[in-house]
Write a protein that binds this ligand. Structure first.
Ligand code: FAD
Length: 385
């Protein structure tokens, strides 16, 4: 069963969906409102499930070659004590790969390069998506009107398509945390591949890249829309007493290169990821807090599952119903787990609660910690023909 599809949004989810649909023989166009197709975010970690999806899309090898395996690291206290060590080799033995770290711009480029240039309509904003018949939908981009058998709404957490399809849904809400991120401007000597440090109401973490640079993030519990005149100076002040390499990572970053976003999530789960011939995918469907590093991995799972369902089922309707049935429970369970992980992490600020959490983590045997991680990473990708 072939067909035509328009994907709204050229982020990681939208590009992956387009690659999957092309692999099953569909004619696909991606409309992206940004003037250039890029992902300005800092870095991203890809777990086994996301990597499996990328393998099925045919870009897994390219992504692995540009990534760095996160073998050595764990969770620390601001004074530098270890709450938990994580061994990437144990993860590799269990699911075939450690977590891989890659600059977002590189991942985005590799996905983009897997699509022909003519499939991408850059600088085109979808202003409306409407049903035009029992089996067709139309995307109006102002200058261009595109008719298709299927519209994939991969327009991110602020999805206007979701807003129109589910007018009563409350939409994204502020998680209570704001995140500042950056990539060091030069390679930096680090003793570990990745770390996460939990203080009272604050978190700092890093992921090392293949070229020796590293991405870092700082999460702060602050009112929504708090902004700093000089974000890097503010972070240096707040984290100056934290263990090495926290201050060094900030020192190795250009002041203008700090990104600052509030962390929002879709707290109320959607009742369906499919309405007529429109399928919601990625953050548009299930934007989650970044505490498990699973948002993009889930978008990649969505992309492969959608293509596999459409390739296998006899009709588009049946394929979409299967996509919804397979993806909603899994992605919504991961979103819930991510929120809970946030509550047990940097969001904990009462000193007694922090002490109890830290003791529990120190006492948790690592096979148990590994089993908890595997719940999300162990995922078998459907096969694309
Ligand atoms: P987006 O990346 O938001 O893409 C949506 C695209 O749609 C954008 O390009 C936008 O311009 C376009 N668009 C919107 N509206 C329109 C329109 N009307 N017309 C045309 N185009 C439109 N996930 C992981 O798996 N691992 C991690 O380590 C990780 N770390 C994270 C750290 C932080 C701090 C945050 C906030 C998130 C993190 N995530 C991580 C989650 C991940 O970034 C997202 O889940 C993922 O990028 C979502 O991709 P998407 O394609 O669904 O949406």
């Amino acid at each position: 069963m072939g067909g035509t599809a328009v994907v709204v949004g050229g982020g990681i989810g939208g590009l992956a969906a387009a690659i999957g649909l092309r692999r099953i023989g569909w004619d696909v166009r991606v409309v992206e409102r940004a003037a250039s197709l890029d992902d300005a975010g800092a870095g991203i970690s890809l777990a086994a499930n996301g990597l499996r999806a990328l393998d099925e899309l045919g870009v897994g090898e390219a992504v692995r070659s540009a990534s760095r395996g996160q073998y050595d690291g764990g969770t620390r206290t601001p004074g530098g004590g270890w709450l938990a060590r994580m061994d990437g080799s144990a993860l590799e033995r269990a699911v075939g790969t450690p977590i891989m770290g890659i600059p977002r711009s590189t991942l985005h480029r590799l996905l983009r390069e897997a699509l022909p240039a003519e499939a991408l309509l850059i600088g085109a904003e979808a202003v409306s998506v409407e049903r035009t018949g029992p089996g067709t939908a139309r995307v109006d981009c102002g200058d261009a009107v595109l008719d298709a058998d299927l519209v994939v709404a991969a327009d991110g957490i602020g999805s206007a398509v979701r807003g129109r399809l589910f007018p009563d849904h409350p939409g994204p809400v502020y998680s209570g945390s704001t995140v500042l991120r950056g990539i060091t401007e030069r390679p930096i000597e680090l003793r570990t591949d990745f770390e996460l440090t939990w203080g009272h109401g604050a978190e700092f973490g890093h992921i090392a890249f293949r070229d020796g640079r590293a991405e870092w993030h700082a999460v702060l519990r602050l009112p929504a829309r708090t902004r700093f005149a000089d974000p890097l100076a503010e972070l240096r002040r707040r984290f100056r007493d934290w263990h090495d390499p926290v201050p060094a990572l900030l020192d190795a970053t250009r002041p203008g290169a700090v990104l600052h976003h509030d962390v929002n999530e879709l707290r109320a789960p959607l009742p369906s990821y499919v309405v007529g011939r429109v399928a919601l995918l990625g953050d548009a469907a299930h934007a989650m807090t970044p505490n498990l590093g699973q948002g993009a991995c889930q978008a990649l799972e969505d992309a492969v599952t959608l293509a596999a369902a459409l390739a296998t089922e006899a009709t588009v309707e049946a394929g979409l119903a299967r996509y919804d049935a397979e993806r909603r429970p899994r992605s919504q369970a991961v979103a819930l787990a991510a929120r809970q992980a946030g509550r047990m992490g940097h969001q904990l600020s009462h000193p007694l609660a922090v002490a109890l959490r830290n003791t529990a983590m120190r006492l948790t045997p690592s096979p148990l910690a590994l089993r908890m991680i595997l719940r999300h990473h162990a995922w078998t990708s459907p096969k694309l023909p």
